[in-house]
Write a protein that binds this ligand. Sequence first.
Ligand code: FES
Length: 495
Amino acid sequence: MSKLLSLTRAARLVGVNRVVLQKKIQNGELDAHDGMVNVDDLLACYPDAELEDTVEIQRISRIKEQAFGKRVFERALPDPEVLAARVTELSRTLALNQAMLENLKGLFNKLLKKLDETQCDAASQQMMGDLRLWIRHEAESAMEPGLGNLLAIKDNMLRVMAAHVTVLPSGHDFLLEGQDTLLEAAMSAGIPLNYGCSGGNCGLCKARVVSGEVKKTRHHDYVLTEAEKSQGWILLCSNTAVSDVSIEAAVAGSVQDIPFQEITATVKSVEPLGQDMMLLHLQTPRTQRLRFLAGQSVVLKVGQAFSAELPIASCPCDDRNVLFHVRRQNGNLFSDYVFDRMKARESVEIEGPQGEFILHEKSPRPLYFFAFDGGFAPIKSVIEHAMSLNAESIRLYWIASSREDIYMPNMVRAWADALDNFQHEEQVAGFDLRSLTARREESLIRQLQAIAEKDAGLMEGDLYVAGPEAAVRVAERFFLDLGLPRARVTSSLIT
Ligand code: FES
């Protein structure tokens, strides 16, 4: 019987996005059994699979490297003990398979001998001869290193370098590579497992190993009872996967699952992103990271005098390095402070997160993002998260008051260069999107109308709109008037 592979592993082996395989299954082009595909069906779908080529994976890696910072990539090779355990397991499987192969060879030779010894008439002799030739030919072909064998070799290599993790009961799955803990690997795959400190203190990441082998990677202060240990309970932030594993763990499904947090972070850097936009990089303590869903906001406070609610402009997969885009607003005390006085290493209080501008992960629809000016900040966070989840189609329209308000054009171009599933278009409105007269509203509606007319897929998509209130309200009305259901238009207002 042909070998079964998880969808994640199969996608990795033939070098395509997991969503592409899901689409093939939905269209009936590829059979799946309990979320697994068999090697023969996979090869029938991808007869020209470039087994040595991992173009798609390299592209995703590049984009993640830029988006997620170094944390995810700093430890590429598994721990030596984990590597040794995986190689030992593969060697055991190899030895069993070799023994089985020897038995089959013996059986095969006995069969040929039996055919040689069988006495029969001339016509039957001819038939026996043909049968012997056919058996020999088939046996030799089976030993040839064909595509299926190459796939098996690649799969074995992947098994040494990465473990496949299934989360129950949600059914999420991901590959754990390098020396990542189970928690880190889940986060870089965009799966919001329950957790708190990331450092073995709070116990919130407690999960039960249902099958497979894990290895503790560091001491943790949180104490698991002997009964819990014997039932397979572990801390996800302190263990890695040795073999493919299934774990029972809670996954945050909505904003209500994320607790309110108060964290004292440190300013790592403040850098201009253009004339009127500043990139504020905060770093949380190692043991108290910010848990949030992509697209949410927090309140930042400097002392008693300066505070602002800002959308987070980074991905939840890097919960220690949290980024914000701060716009210059003359007379706004927080903005003035960031532009004129804020220095590296000073303390900033983070409170939150809040907001419901989050990705509808279960929706199969293409994703459309409309960023007005600094509305790009929460949209950037959601897009990076969607990339982690291998979303099938992401389209960004960035409409700005002026050319300068498209303040990260290079990042958007880099996404487009690296990802086939990402497309973007920037447009300049030519007026301040924060204050719209009736004439400007009409002009903005004409811009949206032109987009809707040339982009037929928009009516089938989930729309995410973010920016100053005036522009967002116009866009919401326009899309609802077009006939899009309210539930498919999600918006975020920024100041
Ligand atoms: S997240 Fe706190 S113990 Fe794992």
